[in-house]
Write a new protein. Structure first.
Ligand SMILES: Nc1nc2c(c(=O)[nH]1)N=C([C@H](O)[C@H](O)COP(=O)(O)OP(=O)(O)OP(=O)(O)O)CN2
Length: 164
């Protein structure tokens, strides 16, 4: 891509990484002989997420832009509004049915169900796929492509998902 432009978004959301288990899996050998902390991310907790989407093109439009930042903002606006102040929950999470019940009963939880464990990696792919679909629906895919999505979960942890 000769040109790349990026737009950032902020949203607050809760989640739980129900698949977290620090005692096995990739990297567990680094703490094999020490006591590992509790799997704290299986607890319901929240983040101030920072999302950065990058789109690129080899050509500029008649307005000398990859595309207007305004349009990138609006391609994602409705999704960001839906996810903001929500609780992102995997439909496969064993607590999902009860969370839905509580949300319905008390009306005190905006549930945002997804089909994956809501890690930063999986959420980055989710936003990437969503924006790609929006560009496709607008007939822009090809001319403009999503180059990468970066999702900051905390000030020290982020995930990136990019075009192959
Ligand atoms: N590869 C991933 N690892 C973890 C994820 C994730 O999405 N991908 N998520 C979490 C938790 O959601 C957690 O809130 C963030 O983890 P971590 O960076 O360990 O948080 P800390 O605030 O404890 O980090 P510091 O080391 O204190 O800066 C866990 N792992």
């Amino acid at each position: 891509m000769r040109w790349e432009i990026s737009k950032t978004f902020r949203f607050e959301a809760g989640h739980r990484v129900w698949k977290q288990n620090l005692t096995y899996g990739r990297g567990a050998e680094f703490t094999r002989n020490v006591e590992v902390p509790q799997n704290k991310c299986v607890n319901l907790h929240g983040h101030s997420y920072l999302l950065e989407v990058t789109v690129g093109s080899d050509t500029l439009s008649e307005q000398d832009m990859v595309m207007d930042f305004y349009h990138i903002k609006n391609a994602l606006k409705e999704l960001i509004d839906r996810i903001d102040h929500s609780f992102i929950v995997d439909r496969n999470d064993p607590i999902y049915p009860e969370l839905e019940e509580v949300a319905t009963k008390y009306g005190a939880m905006k549930v945002f169900p997804v089909d994956f464990c809501p890690t930063a990696e999986a959420l980055a792919k989710f936003f990437y796929d969503f924006l790609t679909e929006r560009l496709k629906d607008a007939g822009l895919l090809g001319e403009v492509q999503v180059v990468k999505v970066v999702l900051w979960e905390t000030s020290t942890s982020k995930a990136e998902y990019r075009a192959e």
